[in-house]
Design a protein around this ligand. Structure first.
Ligand code: ATP
Ligand code: MG
Length: 669
C-alpha cells in the first residue's frame, strides 16, 4: 500500500494487517469481542480503494445502516475518495435498492411499499379474517404467530412444515390452515404492491436466482463483498452473499461465534463455523488481542463465556493497562434505587469529564428501562434510546406516511385503509366498500410520472368514491390533499412538501381531534419534515422510513437518527448494542427471570441458556473502562406486592473476587 499516507502497519496488529492486505479470494476473520474486526473491515475498504478499486465495486454489509455510515466516514477521513458511491448498509437496504431497480421482473410495480411489523400484522389479520380458516378453534395460532412461522421459514430457507415441526409442534394439526393463510398473504402482498421485510431478502434472492443476466451483472459490479457480524447471518442472508459473490468472487467476512445472539430469528452460527468447509482455500485469520476493555473487565467477560460448554475456548488478552478498578456489583433495594444510583453515577462521571455519549445503560428488554427514563428525565440528563420507542412507528408518523405511500402506490390497501379511517364518519365497512370501488375503477397504476388513468386526475377519481354523507366534506379535503401530493403534472412532489401538504390539508385537524398531546406530535412531524430534506425523492424517503423502523428490537428505531442530540447517554437493549462500545456501561436488571429472561429460564434448554449467556457476554464486552452490574433485590408488582428478587445466575456464577461489591443501602433521591 504505497502512495497516500495511511500507515497500515502502525494502525494494525499483524493479523489485522494480514487480513486487511489479504489477496483476493475468500477470507474469514474469526476473532473475539473488541479485537478490531470492524476496524479491520474499515481499513480493508481503505486498502481496496487505495489500490484502485472503484467505490461502486465494493459492497459493505453491516448490522445497521448507521454502522455502515460510520465506517465509511472513517474511510473518508483516511482517504480522499468519494465513499458515497460505495454500496453500504444492511442486507435489507441493499435488497431494497436491487428490488427498486429490477423488481418488475418479479411482478412488483414501481413505487412498491414496504410494510413494517405493524402493517404486516394488520395485513396478516385481514388475510386470516377472510381466509375462512377458523382461528377461534382451540389451539389455532393467532395471526401473529402465523406471521412468525412464515418469517422463520423464509429466513431459514425451509418449508413452513419444517418450522412447525421444529418449533411449534403443537400446531401440527392445523398445518393446512397455516399454509392456506400463507398463500393468501403472499397473494395479497402482490395484489397491493407491498413487500414485507423478509421479502426484501427473499425476493432479492429470487431475483438473482431467476435472472442469469442480473446475477452475472451484479457479480461484476460487486467485485469485493465485505460482511460484518457474520455470526448472526441466517440461511437467507448467507444465500444472498453466496449468490452475489459466486465461486470466484472476493468475499471477506468477520465475526465472533461467542457473540451469536440471533438464533431465535433463524441466524445460524454454522455459517461462520463452517465457512472454511464451504469455501475450500479460504484464508482464516484469528485475533486474540482485545483493544477495547481494561483487563479487569475482560477477565470477567472471559470467565462468563467459559461457562458455556458448547463454546470454543478463546482467551482474549487485553492490550490495555489495568486501572486498578474492578467492575462493580451493585445490589440495590429496589428499582427506584437502581435508577437513582445510575443517574447519580452518570452525573459524577460527567463531572469528572466523561462525555455523556461515552456512557450507556444496557438491558435485556426494553421495558426494563422505564424507571431509568423517568429518573434521567427528572434530573435533566439528556439520553437517546436506541430501542423500544420507535420514532417511525408512532401513530402520527405512520398516519402521515400513509398518505404519502398511497400517493406513490395507489394499490396500497394497507395505507388506503389507514388514511380513510382517519376521516370522521368513515368506519370499517365503508372503508372496505371504498377500497373495492377504488380497485374496481380499473388498473390504477402509479408510475414515476404519476397516476395514469383515462386522463383523469387523482382527485377526480377519488371523489367518485361513495362516502357516508357526514364524511363528505372532509373526504373532499382529503382527495384534494392527495392530489397536491402529485403536483400539477402528476409527478410526486418532494417529501418535505408532501408532509407539509398533508398536515395543512387535513392532518392538523385530525391530530387535534385524536390526540391529547397534539402539540408534541406536531413537533415530531416537523422533525420528520426536516429529516426528509436529506432525500431526493419521496420513494427513497419512504423506503428509509420503513428500513429504520425495522425488525423487532434489532434494526429498530433510532430516535437518535432523527433528532440529532449533541451529548447524551445511550439507553439500549443488548441486541441493539452489538458492535458498539462506551467508556462506562451500566448493566441493569441482572435478575433471574429478567436476564436470563423468564422464557429462557422456563424452557430450561441448555442451548437457550447458552445463547442467553452469549447475550450477557455481549453486554459485558461493550465496556471500555468501567462496568457496573446492577440488580434491585426487591421488586414491586401490582398483583403480588413486594417480591424478593434473585440475582442473575450469570452473576452468581462469577468469582466474587473479580468484582467490587458496592453496598448501596436505600439510596435516597
Ligand atoms: P465487536 O466484537 O464488539 O464487534 P470488534 O472486534 O469489531 O468488536 P472493533 O470495534 O473494531 O472490535 O475495535 C474495538 C476497539 O479497539 C475500537 O475502539 C478500535 O478502534 C480499537 N482497536 C482495534 N484494533 C486496534 C489496533 N490495532 N490498535 C489500536 N486500537 C485498536
Ligand atoms: Mg465489530
Amino acid at each position: 500500500p504505497q502512495g497516500t499516507g495511511i500507515d497500515f502497519k502502525a494502525e494494525l496488529n499483524e493479523q489485522q494487517f494480514l487480513a486487511v492486505t489479504s489477496p483476493p479470494g475468500k477470507s474469514l476473520v474469526i476473532a473475539g469481542a473488541g479485537s478490531g474486526k470492524t476496524r479491520t473491515l474499515t481499513f480493508r475498504v481503505a486498502y481496496l480503494l487505495q489500490n484502485g478499486i472503484a467505490p461502486e465495486n465494493i459492497l459493505l454489509l453491516t448490522f445497521t445502516n448507521k454502522a455502515a455510515r460510520e465506517m465509511l466516514e472513517r474511510v473518508q477521513s483516511l482517504l480522499p475518495v468519494e465513499t458515497r458511491r460505495l454500496w453500504g448498509g444492511t442486507f435489507h437496504s441493499i435488497g431494497n435498492r436491487l428490488l427498486r431497480l429490477h423488481g418488475e421482473r418479479l411482478g412488483l410495480r414501481q413505487g412498491f411499499s414496504i410494510m413494517d411489523r405493524e402493517d404486516q400484522k394488520d395485513l396478516m389479520e385481514t388475510v386470516v379474517g377472510s381466509s375462512g380458516v377458523d382461528v377461534t378453534s382451540y389451539r389455532f395460532p393467532k395471526s401473529e404467530v402465523i406471521g412468525d412461522i412464515c418469517s422463520l421459514a423464509d429466513n431459514m430457507l425451509v418449508s413452513v412444515e419444517e418450522v412447525v415441526k421444529e418449533k411449534y409442534d403443537w400446531f401440527e394439526p392445523v398445518m393446512e390452515g397455516i399454509n392456506k393463510v400463507r398463500d393468501a398473504y403472499v397473494a395479497k402482498k402482490l395484489e397491493t404492491n407491498n413487500v414485507d421485510f423478509d421479502d426484501l431478502l427473499a425476493l432479492t434472492v429470487k431475483l438473482l436466482e431467476e435472472n442469469e443476466d442480473l446475477l452475472e451483472r451484479y457479480r461484476r459490479v460487486f467485485q469485493f463483498v465485505l460482511v460484518d457480524e457474520y455470526q448472526d447471518t441466517n440461511a437467507l442472508q448467507c444465500r444472498m452473499i453466496d449468490l452475489l459473490t459466486g465461486e470466484k468472487g472476493n468475499l471477506m467476512v468477520v465475526g465472533d461465534d461467542a457473540q451469536s445472539i440471533y438464533s431465535w430469528r433463524g441466524a445460524d452460527v454454522n455459517n461462520i463455523l463452517r465457512f472454511g468447509e464451504r469455501h475450500a482455500g479460504a484464508r482464516i485469520y484469528k485475533i486474540e488481542t482485545n483493544y477495547r476493555s481494561v483487563p479487569e473487565v475482560l477477565e470477567l467477560a472471559n470467565e462468563s463465556i467459559n461457562h458455556n460448554a458448547g463454546q470454543f475456548r478463546k482467551a482474549l488478552v487485553s492490550a490495555r493497562e489495568g486501572r486498578g478498578m474492578l467492575p462493580g456489583l451493585v445490589k440495590v433495594d429496589n428499582p427506584d434505587a437502581q435508577a437513582s444510583f445510575v443517574a447519580q453515577r452518570i452525573l459524577e462521571l460527567h463531572e469528572e469529564g466523561v462525555p455523556l455519549a461515552e456512557m450507556a445503560v444496557i438491558y435485556r428488554a426494553h421495558f426494563h428501562s422505564l424507571n431509568i427514563q423517568l429518573e434521567l428525565t427528572n434530573r435533566g440528563i439528556p439520553f437517546v434510546i436506541t430501542s423500544g420507542l420507535r420514532f417511525f412507528e408512532q401513530a402520527h408518523v405512520k398516519d402521515v406516511s400513509a398518505f404519502m405511500k398511497f400517493a406513490i402506490n395507489p394499490r396500497d390497501e394497507v395505507s388506503f385503509m389507514r388514511m380513510v379511517r382517519l376521516v370522521p364518519g368513515i368506519g370499517g365497512t365503508s372503508a372496505m366498500k371504498m377500497w373495492s370501488a377504488w380497485v374496481g375503477m380499473g388498473d390504477v397504476t402509479s408510475t414515476s410520472k404519476g397516476i395514469v388513468m383515462d386522463g383523469e386526475g387523482f382527485a377526480e377519481l377519488l371523489l367518485k368514491l361513495k362516502v357516508p354523507k357526514k364524511a363528505q366534506k372532509v373526504w373532499e379535503q382529503t382527495a384534494w390533499t392527495l392530489d397536491e401530493l402529485l403536483g400539477k403534472d402528476g409527478v410526486p412532489v418532494l417529501p418535505g412538501r408532501m408532509i407539509r401538504s398533508v398536515v395543512e390539508g387535513v392532518y392538523e385537524d385530525y391530530m387535534k381531534a385524536k390526540f391529547k398531546n397534539a402539540d408534541q406530535r406536531g413537533q415530531d412531524i416537523e422533525q420528520l419534515e426536516e429529516y426528509s430534506g436529506r432525500f431526493e425523492s419521496t420513494e427513497e424517503f419512504l423506503s428509509q422510513l420503513a428500513l429504520l423502523s425495522g425488525l423487532d428490537t434489532d434494526e429498530s428505531p433510532k430516535q437518535a437518527e432523527v433528532k440529532e442530540v449533541e451529548d447524551a447517554v445511550t439507553l439500549t437493549t443488548v441486541h441493539q448494542a452489538k458492535g458498539l462500545e462506551w467508556h462506562a456501561v451500566f448493566a441493569i436488571w441482572l435478575a433471574d427471570g429478567m436476564f436470563p429472561n423468564s422464557r429462557v429460564v422456563d424452557s430450561g434448554g441448555l442451548e437457550a441458556i447458552e445463547e442467553e449467556r452469549r447475550v450477557f457476554f455481549v453486554t459485558l464486552t461493550r465496556a471500555k473502562d468501567e462496568l457496573y452490574l446492577l440488580c434491585p433485590m426487591v421488586n414491586f408488582q401490582a398483583r403480588d406486592g413486594n417480591i424478593m428478587v434473585r440475582l442473575s445466575r450469570f452473576v452468581e456464577e462469577l468469582p466474587e473476587e473479580l468484582m467490587e461489591v458496592w453496598n448501596v443501602r436505600s439510596f435516597s433521591s
